[in-house]
Design a protein around this ligand. Structure first.
Ligand SMILES: [Fe+2]
Ligand SMILES: [Fe+2]
Length: 350
């Protein structure tokens, strides 16, 4: 049959978001199993970290450090690269910890086909593996610099035990699904981050690029899972409480996530404590006056509208698919400010 052969011939990502389309779901399971990568063997860890390379391209204001020198820009690019790795690692490590409240409880309440259960098990396993992979890069970076992981961790985001994690867990126990809106958001942002790295890959640390390339491969195969769960919720009969959650959970995910992102970014200022440990931290500490020169309104504008990576998390307007599906689900989506795509300054074009 034509429609069947069309499905079989599809070799990459299936955007199955219909929880009742069992044939597509079964095909997705086989794709995920066939192409799964091995954490130790399929990432070239032996490359180590090339300290002369950038980790992430920066915009013309170096996120929030306008006027940074070339040396400061390189250090800020590397710091933002580590923040992104730690954020993905923390968020994806938090997912398996929320497996019962965010997923198992829902699967028990809404009986589903075995394909959705198997895809869910694979989703949580893949995210746990990704968290370990990003953590391993951070370990290698520390070894290269000659600092302890605990010292670097003092500058980087932590999700476990945060108000953010508590709010999302409580929402799930109350019958809400903010968890899946958070997952959908992280999935979309991590794919956008890879696109940014890919465009500038000759200037990016080769190990960092390969790590994010591998991550993208599995993200693109399972990126639909959060939407699959949200669609499943939408197809179930609903009472008053369920309708309220459908309207409010998107905003709850945003209100829980945004303060966490902002609070964790402020850990940057702890860099002063490490400035005698390695020249990278000394250069980063020298960037603080650039940040302090910015006015508060300009800082807020940059964080929500223009600064790459940070505003991508804080402002849902950057996440087209996320917002589109939220609207389709009847969720309240407040009018967030329109984002601005800033020119990329790094890598410097000479
Ligand atoms: Fe992931
Ligand atoms: Fe993912």
């Amino acid at each position: 049959m034509l429609w069947y052969s069309m499905i079989i011939k599809r070799s990459f990502v299936i955007k199955a978001t219909d929880p009742l389309n069992y044939m597509e779901l079964a095909h997705q399971i086989s794709l995920q199993k066939k192409h799964a990568w091995d954490l130790d063997d399929d990432i070239p860890w032996q490359l180590g970290v090339d300290q002369s390379k950038y980790l992430l391209p920066l915009d013309d204001q170096s996120i929030a450090f306008p006027g940074a020198s070339a040396e400061q820009q390189l250090a800020l690019s590397q710091f933002m690269g580590l923040v992104v790795n730690a954020t993905i690692s923390e968020m994806e490590d938090a997912l398996p910890k929320l497996k019962y409240s965010g997923w198992q409880k829902m699967i028990d309440e809404y009986p589903v086909g075995p394909e959705i259960v198997e895809l869910g098990e694979m989703f949580f396993e893949e995210e746990a593996k990704h968290a370990r992979a990003f953590g391993k890069y951070l370990d290698i970076f520390c070894t290269t610099l000659g600092v302890e992981r605990e010292e670097l961790d003092g500058l980087l985001p932590k999700a476990f035990g945060s108000n953010f994690q508590r709010a999302i867990t409580q929402n799930a126990y109350n019958g809400g699904h903010a968890f899946w809106w958070v997952v959908a958001s992280v999935e979309e942002v991590s794919i956008s981050i890879y696109h940014q790295i890919f465009r500038h890959r000759p200037h990016i640390d080769p190990l960092y690029y390969q790590l994010h390339r591998r991550h993208l491969e599995e993200e693109s195969r399972h990126a639909n899972y959060a939407f699959l769960m949200l669609n499943l919720i939408n197809q179930k009969p609903s009472g008053f409480r369920a309708v309220m959650h459908r309207k409010a959970d998107f905003i709850i995910s945003q209100l829980a996530g945004a303060p966490w992102v902002i609070t964790e970014m402020y850990k940057f200022f702890e860099v002063k404590k490490l400035k005698h440990k390695h020249p990278l931290f000394e250069v980063l500490a020298s960037c603080i006056p650039l940040y302090e020169k910015m006015s508060k309104p300009e800082l807020i504008r940059r964080m929500f509208i223009a600064a790459p990576y940070v505003s991508w998390l804080l402002n849902p307007q950057w996440r087209k698919l996320h917002v589109q599906i939220a609207r389709e689900h009847g969720a309240i989506v407040p009018p967030f400010p329109k984002p601005i795509v800033s020119p990329v300054l790094i890598p410097l074009v000479k």
